[in-house]
Write a protein that binds this ligand. Sequence first.
Ligand SMILES: *[C@@H]1O[C@H](CO)[C@@H](O)[C@H](O)[C@H]1NC(C)=O
Ligand SMILES: *[C@@H]1O[C@H](CO)[C@@H](O)[C@H](O)[C@H]1NC(C)=O
Ligand SMILES: *[C@@H]1O[C@H](CO)[C@@H](O)[C@H](O)[C@H]1NC(C)=O
Ligand SMILES: *[C@@H]1O[C@H](CO)[C@@H](O)[C@H](O)[C@H]1NC(C)=O
Ligand SMILES: *[C@@H]1O[C@H](CO)[C@@H](O)[C@H](O)[C@H]1NC(C)=O
Ligand SMILES: *[C@@H]1O[C@H](CO)[C@@H](O)[C@H](O)[C@H]1NC(C)=O
Ligand SMILES: *[C@@H]1O[C@H](CO)[C@@H](O)[C@H](O)[C@H]1NC(C)=O
Ligand SMILES: *[C@@H]1O[C@H](CO)[C@@H](O)[C@H](O)[C@H]1NC(C)=O
Length: 853
Amino acid sequence: MELLLGITILSLFFHLSSSAFTPNNSYFLACGSTSTISLTSDSPPRSFVPDSNFLRTSNSLTLSNPNASPNSPTLYATARAFTEPSSYQFTLDIEGTHVLRLHFFPFSAQNHDLSAARFNVSALDRFLLLADFAVPNTSTPIIKEYLLWVDTGELTITFTPNSNSGTSSLAFVNAIEVFTAPTSLLGNSDPLSIAPSGNINQLQRQALETVYRINVGGPKVTPANDTLWRTWVPDDDYLLSKALSQVNSTTRISYSDLDSAEVAPQLIYLTARSMNPGSMVETNPNFNFNITWRFPVTPGYSYFIRMHFCDIVSKTFTALYFDVYIGDQFAQENLHPADYTDNLAEAFFRDFALDVPTSQQVLHVSIGRSLSKTTPQTANAILNGLEIMKVNNSVGSLNGTFNPGSVPSQDNKKNLVSPAVLIPSIVGGVLLIILAITALVFCRRRRAKPVPKPKESPVSWSPYRAAVANFIGVSSKSTDGTAPNASPNFNLGLHIPFAEIKSATNDFDEKLVIGTGGFGKVYGGTLRDGTRVAVKRGMRGSRQGYPEFQTEIIVLSQIRHRHLVSLIGYCDDWSEMILVYEYMEKGPLRKHLYGSDFPCLSWKQRLDVCIGAARGLHYLHTGYSHNIIHRDVKSTNILLGENFLAKVADFGLSRSGPSYGETHVSTGVKGTFGYLDPEYFKVQKLTDKSDVYSFGVLLFEVLCARPVIDQRLTREQVNLAEWALEWQRRGQLEKIIDPRLEGKINVNSLRKFGEIAEKCLAEYGVNRPTMGDVLWNLEYALQLQETELKREPFEDSVNMHSQISVAAVGPSPSTTISIDDEEGDGMTRMSEDAPDITTTINVFSQLVTGEGR
Ligand SMILES: *[C@@H]1O[C@H](CO)[C@@H](O)[C@H](O)[C@H]1NC(C)=O
Ligand SMILES: *[C@@H]1O[C@H](CO)[C@@H](O)[C@H](O)[C@H]1NC(C)=O
Ligand SMILES: *[C@@H]1O[C@H](CO)[C@@H](O)[C@H](O)[C@H]1NC(C)=O
Ligand SMILES: *[C@@H]1O[C@H](CO)[C@@H](O)[C@H](O)[C@H]1NC(C)=O
Ligand SMILES: *[C@@H]1O[C@H](CO)[C@@H](O)[C@H](O)[C@H]1NC(C)=O
Ligand SMILES: *[C@@H]1O[C@H](CO)[C@@H](O)[C@H](O)[C@H]1NC(C)=O
Ligand SMILES: *[C@@H]1O[C@H](CO)[C@@H](O)[C@H](O)[C@H]1NC(C)=O
Ligand SMILES: *[C@@H]1O[C@H](CO)[C@@H](O)[C@H](O)[C@H]1NC(C)=O
């Protein structure tokens, strides 16, 4: 049994890591065609099938292009045309982001001129994708691409001919693609907002339209060279001054993990533009100039901008720093590829969000030299690829102002979640978790050998989401009585034999102790492969803390994030409870704030640390489809690594948050005095807002550099949260800040910071911002510090409020695995809550390639 399970798990692992992306749901329709059209040149190849089974109308026309030459692509030789509102309907049994592509190629046939057609297209009865659309009369097909979030159920696409333009108006379409996007595509980190606007909350839930998809410095990439059948066009038409840049290329790049290959294909990263020194030697000896691309955009919409980078020009890994501007503002200063990758020539991307003002019709994207981090000799900047997506406006439209909610709806209002799909997946999920745990317990001694060093993942990649999706995908298929496969989430490769740990810590040498906590001692050590680690050894033999131990293994082995301390392994041989983490060189944040003689952290460093910690918590709360509450946010649980990179540690108390429909989890109070959410304390209702409260206390601790409870002080000063709030409300926060920061904080930055902390400490959780809001506002505070913007106080405050109201959309749907030990008997029970039943829709993007096949 043991052996069998082991083999199954291993082979599953192997299978998953070697297989290419295949969408769970995919529909490729050749509209109006009576036969299947195979596109064998696509990679992977696709077959477009006749559309009649997906049509929800009895009144439509089938048109054939009389001029179609036998050797032209047959996808565009036929069309489906409509004279009245008509829909296509697709059944999708997996929730998530879906790609929708619509192909249009007008021709004249049977007395109908398709180039005269004018129509609206809407999706899910909720998003207007195209308004009063007239297909340009070109010789190449027009392809529009969208990304839509679809909950399990039906995706309806409605075509509505416009009657006001004449009696014989038509709507038509030549081909439709609908398929599930890989979970890594949109990831789960929200884009960095370009202040003071540009907040896209819950990016995945927005309707996005791909407007530009550019292979910078490279050739056109076609569906034959992209596993998601995307088209990437060269940048020449958008580049402002060609002479300022040069094209660099390479033959090999790497990805930080397997899923990343789906985000953009290799071909995109193999070429880049960099700064051309030759062009400027005489006129600009400081080498201070920008490479700029210019894109026409629709005023008044928000845009999501993804920039792809891969350092193929530097000689050394850490050499490159450059500045990125979007919309003529700083998007990121001193962008440093080494912050996001482990090697030269490793791909990564950065996401940004920007509101285009109503007065502006073009968007500039620029890269240029970092003035603070480089000399004219070392200056350079790169860009490999660029995607620009339009975000639906507040009425759900991507084109026009019409509210598609009033689209005449078809008789297709079906129950969106079919219980037939849901129940097996729940049962399967529970079964699977139980099995995985069993496997974890039974196999732990078998898998002792190589200790894989977990890779740090760049902020916006989400390698582990795919694993979760697998898990759900597999589970729904494993209810037919066959042996279910265990999930790769419970990484059995993490077990480390006791002997190895003993040797790494020099037989638990007291000299190597770097910390002591309720759980036991923490030792610094070095594994045989040279990896520096922190070894946390629980008090031996006692069952106390065993549930926390298990929680930490389960939680940490599933999630990886740049701002969460990674678990490298664990050991439970001989009833030991040992957890092995990545080594955090600079130790806990608290030590750098007070009570030691470490050098004083600058304000910028402190903001960076808070931002990092906020990112980690934001990820815990919203990422990875579990929402996890940390429950013990404090300055000793924020650890600092090299370059003061902050990571959140200690998940021993964490547990999954409420799932949709529940507002809280009730539980015995745990946490640390001084940081405890009073609401949680009073009513024992745990929500992620309890972490927000603790984080607010932490913010004041960072600002004032004193313990959160200090009994030596006068009564009103003992509790930092109360004391600081008092001064914040008086508008005199600067009176109690760390004296070493006096005169070094920009007043606007301080005001913003105080506001954020105050909001976090709101008495009731509902009034507190989400970690996402906190994060954006901290980033803004950092920008205020760095750029010393002169703003009216009024303006910043409005910004804060509007972000909070946008955020109040509600918990994102999730499949929550909760680990229950209410009885306190050390037994871990698992349950899986049902996925969110509400239908929230996310529209993706629209792509104008002006070209097809
Ligand atoms: C589109 O082009 C075709 C031929 O190029 C022409 O016959 C037709 O009239 C054009 N339609 C419109 C609406 O301009
Ligand atoms: C793109 O795909 C085609 C067909 O698979 C292949 O022949 C071609 O070499 C690829 N192009 C590049 C640049 O890899
Ligand atoms: C980048 O390209 C330019 C010319 O296109 C070349 O002179 C330079 O050496 C290249 N740099 C690298 C690192 O390949
Ligand atoms: C680069 O572009 C940004 C944004 O448009 C601008 O503020 C900056 O002055 C430019 N730098 C140079 C050297 O032109
Ligand atoms: C896009 O539409 C959704 C659903 O209608 C809405 O919740 C969201 O706020 C819209 N996005 C923006 C940026 O207004
Ligand atoms: C709607 O789309 C058309 C073409 O697809 C474009 O020309 C027009 O500017 C768009 N209008 C808005 C308000 O987005
Ligand atoms: C199509 O969209 C336009 C622009 O929003 C709207 O004015 C018009 O009423 C819509 N037409 C139909 C038939 O729904
Ligand atoms: C679909 O299922 C496969 C395994 O069958 C999995 O690898 C993939 O991540 C799933 N995709 C989504 C979007 O759930």
